[in-house]
Design a protein around this ligand. Sequence first.
Ligand SMILES: C[S@@+](CC[C@H](N)C(=O)[O-])C[C@H]1O[C@@H](n2cnc3c(N)ncnc32)[C@H](O)[C@@H]1O
Length: 239
Amino acid sequence: MKEFLNNAFNLKSHLMEYLSIKECDLDEFLANAKMNLANSHPGETLNDVSDFYSEIVGDRHLADLAAWHITSKEYIADTLKLQQRFSRDLVLDFGGGIGTHALANAMSSKVEHVFFVDINKTNRNFVEYRAKELGVEKKLTFCETIKDAQISKFDTIVCFDVLEHLADPAYQIDIFNNFMDSNSIALFNWYFYKGEKNEYPFHIDDVEVVEKFFKTLQSMFLEVFHPILITARAYRKIR
Ligand SMILES: C[S@@+](CC[C@H](N)C(=O)[O-])C[C@H]1O[C@@H](n2cnc3c(N)ncnc32)[C@H](O)[C@@H]1O
């Protein structure tokens, strides 16, 4: 945890090296990241939600996530504390972004292997680079979809700040359920809100989609109490 709070696992130096960018330019890149990402969203004209992450964002999402992990490090550290409590054996990190959670899990002695799944190739390549820099690459596999992992059951599923980015989050947690057994644990959070000033135009907030998500969640999962962070929840399958 200390290592993350110190320098976010060397995030800035990884970004400078990976993007071949100087420190002064990186600071500007990070300062404008949130707005740049929001402005790149095509709005109603986007046919397939996932195209935004696979085709449009490029390295703008790296910058946005990096700026967020640096400015909200206490919050991110709490999500790391949460996964430290529950993560074990085979871990799926779905929508792993810049890799903070996957890298921390790979550093844990309770974790055998981490499958980092992200639709965005830039993110996958960046986290693969970071894993090598941090010496944990043997404990990570990088995949575009869950199917590519070729695993039938995960002991831990981590899905932080991703569900609101999907067209049908209920469908996604149904898929997760199929990859769990009665001892598996899933860690989820969500933010079905586009923001006060539409800062998150890519977040899903449709009432019916959100209602379907909560009905599915309640029909398939039982919450496991933890005292760490009330916005992130732990679940087992309903037996
Ligand atoms: C807001 S970021 C969250 C990243 C990370 N989990 C975190 O907490 O920092 C959402 C991530 O989900 C990924 N994503 C979006 N749609 C996806 C999909 N259909 N399959 C896999 N990953 C997806 C994006 O590329 C992005 O990295």
